[in-house]
Design a protein around this ligand. Structure first.
Ligand code: CP
Ligand code: NVA
Length: 307
């Protein structure tokens, strides 16, 4: 039976093991050890939206694991000319061992997964970004050690990254507070699920409007763009709504002295995060970006390698 990674909750039972595998693959890679566990395997990567980190890290991950990745923009596929998602999934499943998909709509992600006979990995859609959150949790673990009980404050738009973070933090018994304007709070159903999971694992979820209150005493301060891909028409309205939600040095000073600052990137410097914070001593954004590679290797080995 094939396994997919559409939501971070799909790896609920394997989350700790995946983080450990990510760390051990990272250590091996740092030591110059080569593991060709996916030798001869191919990965199709369908992108409806641009990408730097996700595309490159998946491609490099496949190369380093001895396999091969094919980058497929929708403009180059018959998908762009009206072939259905279902038929695309059925055909690609005859050629490749896994499909990475970056989609505009979560429904399209589900449709591809439903008709594919090989694992489908969500490389971001309008609801979730699970691969990002695996790398984020790996980064928090590296920097902070024990995860349970840590406070992560997410400031800004309650978007796909925020949704997956809510679920991921809940699964590890962390406390997550979202500081966002009322009209931009996270998905209601995700929020309900995150609260239920957090209660089960001893963590907590809180939504507040005041960004200062959100970051108070936080171990991790996290932000993302105010205008996600696909929301460009709302730019002016969003920039106005989020004006008071910038992660700047004043906001960071309300968090713990040893807090780390995270951002999934790409960042819009001077908007959701200032230059001095992005480049400052609390920032771990480049380690976080690097960890995309190690965490995704673990996902590929887990889903394609049959571990
Ligand atoms: N964080 C992230 O997913 O970046 P890309 O859009 O560059 O892939
Ligand atoms: N929330 C952002 C994340 C980019 C990696 C977006 O969807 O555009």
């Amino acid at each position: 039976m094939k396994r997919d990674l559409i939501s971070i909750v799909d790896v609920e039972k394997d989350l700790i093991a995946l983080l450990e595998l990510s760390q051990s693959l990272k250590n091996r890679s740092m030591a110059g050890q080569i593991s060709e566990s996916l030798k001869g395997q191919s990965l199709a990567m369908i992108f409806e939206k641009p990408s730097t980190r996700t595309r490159v890290s998946f491609e490099v991950a496949m190369t380093e694991l001895g396999g091969h990745a094919l980058y497929l923009s929708t403009a180059d596929l018959q998908l762009g000319r009206g072939e259905t998602i279902a038929d695309t999934a059925r055909v690609l499943s005859r050629y490749v061992d896994g499909i990475v998909y970056r989609a505009f709509k979560h429904q399209d992600m589900l449709e591809l997964a439903r008709h594919s006979t090989v694992p489908v990995i969500n490389a971001l859609d309008d609801l979730e970004h699970p691969c990002q959150i695996l790398a984020d949790l790996l980064t928090v673990k590296e920097k902070k050690g024990e995860m349970k009980g840590l406070k992560l404050a997410y400031v800004g738009d309650g978007n796909n990254v925020c949704n997956s973070l809510l679920l991921g933090c809940a699964l590890l018994g962390m406390n997550m507070t979202v500081g966002c304007p009322e009209d931009y709070s996270p998905d209601e159903r995700i929020l309900e699920t995150a609260k239920r999971i957090a209660a089960q694992y001893g963590g907590g979820v809180e939504i507040v409007e005041d960004p200062m209150l959100a970051v108070k005493g936080a171990d991790v301060v996290y932000t993302d763009v105010w205008v996600s891909m696909g929301a460009e028409k709302e730019r002016r309205r969003r920039e106005k709504a989020f004006r008071d939600y910038q992660v700047n040095s004043q906001l960071v000073s309300a968090a713990k002295d040893d807090c780390i600052v995270m951002h999934c990137l790409p960042a819009h410097r001077g908007k959701e995060i200032t230059d001095d914070v992005f480049d400052g001593p609390h920032s771990v954004v480049l380690d976080e970006a690097e960890n995309r590679l190690h965490a995704q290797k673990a996902v590929l080995v887990h889903l394609l390698g049959g571990t």
